[in-house]
Structure formats: C-alpha cells, structure tokens
Design a protein around this ligand. Sequence first.
Ligand SMILES: CC(C)(COP(=O)(O)OP(=O)(O)OC[C@H]1O[C@@H](n2cnc3c(N)ncnc32)[C@H](O)[C@@H]1OP(=O)(O)O)[C@@H](O)C(=O)NCCC(=O)NCCS
Length: 209
Amino acid sequence: MKKIIYFIWRGCRLVIIKSLDKYYQLSFHLQLYLIGVEHGTHTRTYNACPALLISRFAKKVKFGDHVTFNNYFNTSWYTKCKIVVKPNAELTIGNYSGMNGSLIYCCNSISIGEHVDIGGGTRIYDTNFHSLNYLERRNTKTDGRNASSKPIIIEDDVFIGTNCIIGKGITIGARSVIAAGSVVVKNVPADEIWGGNPAKFIKKINENN
Ligand SMILES: CC(C)(COP(=O)(O)OP(=O)(O)OC[C@H]1O[C@@H](n2cnc3c(N)ncnc32)[C@H](O)[C@@H]1OP(=O)(O)O)[C@@H](O)C(=O)NCCC(=O)NCCS
C-alpha cells in the first residue's frame, strides 16, 4: 500500500513540477519581452522566476544563448536569482553562462563572458550602495547616486564558487577560479585560483589541476 501511495505521490509531483516549470518559463520570457531584454535562444530559468528589477532606462541588457538562472538549487536552496539594472547601466551575460541563486546589482557596467559558472549565493555589485560621507548618507534620496561605482568584467570560463562577493571595478581573467566564500577586491589575472577575504592568489591553474 505504502509503495502505491509513494508512486502516486511521485507521479503527481512530477506533473506539478512540469506544469510549474512551463509557468516559470512563460513568466520569465514574458518579463524579458516586456522589459525589452535582448536574449539568445534557450535562455532558461529553473525552479522559479528570477527577480528582474531592470530599469526601462538601462543602457543595455543582453543575455546570450543558453544562459541559465538556477533558483533554490543545491547550495542556494533558500534563495533565487536577482538581477538589478539601474538607469543608464549596462549588463551583458555571455553564451552558456549560468548562475545559482545569485545577485547581480548593476549601477554602472557588468560584463560576464561566456561559459562563466557563478556559485550559489554569490553577489556581484559594481557600487558601494552608499556614500562614504555620513552627511550624504543621511539623505536617503540622493545617497545611492553619490556612491562610488566602477565597471566589473568577468572574462570567459571563470568559475566563481559559492557565497562570494565580487566588488566594484574588478576584472577576473579568463579561466580563473574564485574559491568559495571569497571577497574579491583586487583584479584576478587569467588562469589563477584566488580565495579568502580579501581574496589572494592561491595557485596557478595548469593542465595537472
Ligand atoms: C578553490 C578550490 C577550487 C580549490 O580546490 P583544489 O584545487 O582542490 O585546492 P585544495 O583544496 O587543494 O586547496 C588549495 C589551497 O587553497 C586553499 N583554499 C581552498 N578553498 C579555499 C577557500 N574557499 N578559501 C580560501 N582558501 C581556500 C586551501 O587552504 C589550500 O591552501 P594551501 O595550499 O595553503 O594549503 C575549492 O576549494 C573551492 O572553493 N571550490 C568551489 C566550490 C563551490 O563553491 N562550488 C559552487 C557550488 S554552487
């Protein structure tokens, strides 16, 4: 009896998951269309629709082919992807890149290359959010505008581990790896592993890694 109930439950669950998936894809693509986000083929979301807070006055927002947004997955089962693009800001995500319950907060410019893997709970933001001057911080209307912001570039084939913070003005060179839980505040050259807070050089990547 238990076995039969189990299989019925599994079947119902599968039907519900498939229906929800269809709803998420539809809702996601409708939002992309309404906001006017340029995107390639097979751009996809899993498990939920990412929070898309993209200004109609953004300079450019482009997702390539096969870009994936995983929500509530593995290490980020408690969180979903959130993409914020402010007026005049520019965000591009290259082909075959994907993220897992991550936040991208773009006030200036963020460029993510192709085949970039972004681990669960990672935060990428090109701004300090607040002014460093306490008097400016008191004015909640203008504070954000006075915050320092600089472009971020993440080159092709970079792997960013879970729960990292990538700060403003950072370039991460092609094929490099950022260790889990790192706070990246200095540029990372290509083909290196960096980690820690603040992230420091760990080792070169070579064919034996
Ligand atoms: C960085 C990483 C790739 C290194 O893997 P590895 O090549 O097998 O390296 P090792 O485990 O042998 O560690 C190499 C060195 O890096 C250090 N290191 C490893 N992980 C680190 C971390 N998260 N932060 C800081 N230093 C780290 C180790 O202490 C070691 O230092 P040592 O040489 O002084 O002893 C791996 O630790 C990691 O963080 N993977 C990310 C996993 C992840 O988040 N996946 C995403 C899931 S959504």
